[in-house]
Every structure is written in C-alpha cells, then in structure tokens.
Design a protein around this ligand. Structure first.
Ligand code: GDD
Ligand code: MN
Length: 372
C-alpha cells in the first residue's frame, strides 16, 4: 500500500472490501468521490482486497493516478470479509470510518448523514429494517435467509433493527484495542457485542439489487454465521459488562415493572368490578390506565434510567399502551366469550401477557428508542 502520510488526516475513511469486483469497483469509486465533492467532504477511500483474480486492483491502481485519496491494501493471509474490514480499520487514516460494499447495494449518498450522526454517537448502523428502510428486490430464498440472520442477531440486540448490516460507521476508538477474531461475514455483530461505544444509532436506507457481479454469500457463510452467534453468546455469558446484557437487563426490568403493573391492574380490577360492582369493561379500563401511569414512571426511571422528565415519552408510552390495551381487551373478550364470564379473573392475565410482548417491542422502538 502506498500511503500519502504527509497529507493531513482526512475527515472520514470509507472502507471498500473487494473480492472479484472488477465490474463494480470503478462505479463505486466514482460514486463515492462524487458524494465527497458534492458535500465538500475531505474523504479517503480504502479498498481492502483479498487477492481478487480479476482486474479489481488494476482498476483501483489506474483510478488512483488521478485520485490520490484512494488507497488499497491487498491481503495475503486468512481471507475473509470481516478480517478484511478489521485490517481496513488499522490502515484507515481518519478517525471516523465507514464500511460499505463495492457493489453499491448500500446507499453511499447517506455518507453526510453518517458523518452527522457520528457527532452524537460512537457507532452508526445503516438499517434495512427500520421505518424508512427497505430492500429493492430479493428472491424469497435470500429474504428468508436474511430475516433468519437478522432475527438471530436480534436475540442478542433486541434494540437494533439491523444488527447484521454491512453498512455502518464508527469512531476508531470503538474498535481500538478490542480483540475480534473476525469469523465470517457479519462484523457489525462482533462490534455490537465487543466494541467500546457509549451510544449507537441507526439510519434507514434502501438496500438496492446488485447490478453487476454476484453475491459471495453461500452455504458456508450461513454455517459460519451460526458459529459466530454461538461464540458471541459464550462471550456474553462470560462478560457481564457486554452490551448484550444492557438490553436483557432492560427486558428483565420491564418485566418486573410489568408484574407490579399486573398487581395494580388486577387488584384495581378486582376492587372496582367485585368490590364496587362496576361494569367489568369500565373497571378494566380504569384498572389499565392506573397501571399505565405507574408502569411509565417506574420504567422511565428504573428500566431506562432517564433522569429528565418528558411528556413526549409519556404520550408515546400512553399510545403504545392504548394499543396494548386494545390487544389485551381483545384477547380478554375472546377468552371470556370462550370460557364464560365466571372465569374472567382467571383468563385476565393471559391478555396481559400478550400485551406485554407488544408493549416492550413498541415502547423500545418509540418511547425509549434513544438511550445514551
Ligand atoms: N476482502 C474481501 N474478502 N471482500 C469480500 C469477501 C472476502 O472474503 N467476500 C465478500 N467481499 C466483498 C464483496 O466484494 C463486496 O464488496 C462486499 O464484500 C459484500 O459482499 P456481497 O457478496 O455483495 O454481500 P451481500 O450483498 O450478499 O451482503 C452485503 O449486504 C448485507 C446487508 O447490509 C454484506 O455487506 C452483508 O454483510 C450485509 O448483511
Ligand atoms: Mn452485495
């Protein structure tokens, strides 16, 4: 690699891993350069190649003649996408690093947005699965594989919509001094589990179809991925400080708060419907609202550790809970219709349980989506 170490440190290094991308690399370089110049970004592009057998590197070398901000690295040991990216991190000159692919399936016009987000966050992930994100066209087989991989990743990071994204940006400090083996394809997952970051956020993007060349994903990739997740689960169990625990701790606390809410909710219902002989439906509505308020206060302070007060968060919680209430009432009415109104006290908790799952998911996405 010929480094231009004398020039000042660039604002950002964009890492492009390549394996036989001769058909795409030229367009990728030109497109990223255009994004740099249109947004006055002083950027570096670092191509990390695993000894491509085609003209990939010849094209990069040619392009470099007119664009000295383009660098490349040809690896000779232990090939692999994640390992290439890790090597890229050590050779990147900028403090801020963005990882994308050479086939332009990721939307590189979002580079300025990533830079913006890196002001407030250490790690920024491009997401296909959050609101505003999408996938242009995928064969059903590829979709299922991706959903499986994403779902598996979300068991470790329920707060992240696209934990296996290949499009992400970070401050160098997140990975500096961190030991990552770099098995397989999904480096973002290792970084989420082991990286040193205080805050992480996601940016939606549209994942485009591949225009040239072919995906390098195959069956061994899937096996590698399963092994990678297994490894990370073991790592997490041995490292109570891992970020994975942050989310599980929250779910646990949300559950405990939910349980106190069930007490409030159920007790209130018993009191109103059976003590004061209110109509069951009216009693349930008041009981639910009382528990919504007590749940919000406990979750805001304890589960999500908020120190400020926010009406917006309460309103979001209220909305999610209202939907939860509808869900709960629907399940409740259905079960009462089946089991008879004499069994109302018995079937009541079932509705609460279904509503709990909805409530965590909905509130994590809406009410407490920004956690520092
Ligand atoms: N250096 C190196 N070594 N590069 C590789 C290797 C390798 O072993 N395997 C693949 N690449 C390069 C490809 O040349 C391409 O630029 C990029 O890594 C992504 O490879 P694709 O084969 O095109 O991956 P994909 O489109 O199926 O999936 C991508 O997008 C997903 C969604 O964000 C990847 O980035 C996935 O990790 C990601 O989940
Ligand atoms: Mn691709």
């Amino acid at each position: 690699m010929d480094a231009h170490t004398s020039s000042p440190v660039p604002e950002i290094t964009v890492i492009l891993p390549t394996l036989n991308e001769a058909e795409s690399i030229g367009t990728a370089l030109a497109t990223i350069e255009q994004v740099f110049s249109e947004n006055q970004i002083d950027g570096e592009i670092l191509v990390v190649d695993d000894r491509s057998q085609d003209a990939t590197i010849a094209i990069v070398r040619e392009y470099q003649k007119t664009h000295p901000n383009v660098q490349y690295l040809v690896r000779t040991t232990e090939p692999g996408l994640s390992r290439s990216l890790l090597d890229g991190f050590t050779h990147a000159r900028a403090d801020r690093i963005l990882v994308t692919d050479a086939d332009l399936q990721h939307d590189v016009t979002l580079i300025p947005q990533f830079l913006d987000a890196l002001r407030d966050h250490d790690l920024v992930i491009g997401s296909r699965y959050m609101r505003g994100g999408s996938i242009e066209h995928w064969a059903w087989r590829r979709r299922i594989i991706s959903l499986g991989a994403t779902g598996l990743g979300q068991t470790l990071f329920p707060g992240i919509t696209d934990p296996v994204s290949g499009f992400f940006a970070l401050h160098r400090s997140v990975v500096e001094g961190v030991t990552i083996r770099g098995r397989g394809y999904k480096l973002s997952l290792d970084i989420l589990a082991k990286g040193k970051y205080r805050s992480v956020t996601e940016i939606p993007y549209r994942f485009m179809s591949r225009k040239q060349g072919a995906s390098k994903l195959n069956l061994s990739t899937i096996r590698e991925y399963a092994l990678q997740v297994g490894e990370l689960v073991l790592y997490t169990l041995n490292n109570p400080t891992s970020r994975v625990w942050d989310e599980w701790r929250r779910i646990g606390r949300f559950g405990v708060v939910g349980a106190t809410g069930v007490g409030v909710n159920w007790g209130m219902y018993a009191l109103l419907a059976h003590g004061l002989v209110l109509a069951p439906l009216g009693a349930a509505v008041i009981a639910i609202e009382t528990s919504i308020i007590s749940n919000f206060l406990l979750n805001d302070r304890w589960t999500f550790q908020k120190t400020d007060r926010s009406i917006a968060r309460f309103l979001a919680f209220q909305s999610v809970s209202m939907v939860g209430m509808v869900v709960q009432l629907a399940v409740f009415s259905l079960l009462v219709a089946c089991a008879g109104s004499d069994n109302d006290l018995l079937v009541y908790p079932v509705g609460i349980l279904v509503a709990f799952a909805w409530n965590y998911w909905g509130n994590r996405r809406l009410t407490w989506k920004n956690l520092s």
